[in-house]
Design a protein around this ligand. Structure first.
Ligand code: NI
Length: 173
């Protein structure tokens, strides 16, 4: 396994639509494992392949708070096939939008269909933080970041700060 570099906004690769995988083969399984290792190291609770520069519809999720509570989900071609009428609001963050957080309203429960790491079609009903995370990660596959759910004023303010902090990081190097 390997820890992969995580892209940060504004990077055009984060705005691209990712391609479906034909099947979950050894190459996709290796990508899933590398993404999990990268996510745990960050640390984060979800990661989508475009965040590591891979334009494939692959996501990994684990909301376990400790190593003992780990329960990784590996998904290829995830699709949200049903959502609840009821909404939920979570304070979201993103490894590609470091150090910025904002409340995002999304459906409270979702049903997701995906290919698992054995290339089997599965469906899961998710609620709570898992429902939010899977919607956040599927958004990444369509080039959508959580800041795209905010007002353009708020989004542009965050993007300006990210560009500024990146320039400062380069300057002190
Ligand atoms: Ni994210």
């Amino acid at each position: 396994m390997a820890i992969l570099p995580i892209l940060t906004a504004p990077d055009p690769r984060l705005k691209a639509k990712a391609a479906r995988v034909e099947a979950v083969d050894d190459e996709v399984r290796r990508l899933m494992d590398d993404m999990l290792e990268t996510m745990y190291a960050a640390p984060g609770i979800g990661l989508a392949a475009p965040q590591v520069g891979v334009g494939k519809r692959v996501v990994v999720i684990d909301t376990g708070k400790t190593e003992a509570e780990r329960n990784p989900l590996r998904m290829a071609n995830p699709e949200i096939i049903a959502v609840s009428d009821e909404d939920n609001t979570y304070e979201e963050g993103c490894l590609s939008v470091p150090e910025h957080y904002a409340s995002v309203v999304r459906p409270k429960t979702v049903r997701v269909r995906f290919l698992d790491h054995q290339n089997e079609i599965r469906e899961l009903d998710l609620d709570g933080i898992l429902a939010t995370v899977v919607q956040h990660e599927v958004d990444h596959l369509d080039g959508v970041l959580f800041i795209d759910h905010l007002s353009s004023l708020r989004r542009n303010m965050i993007l300006r700060k990210l560009v500024k902090s990146r320039k400062e990081a380069v300057a002190v190097r």
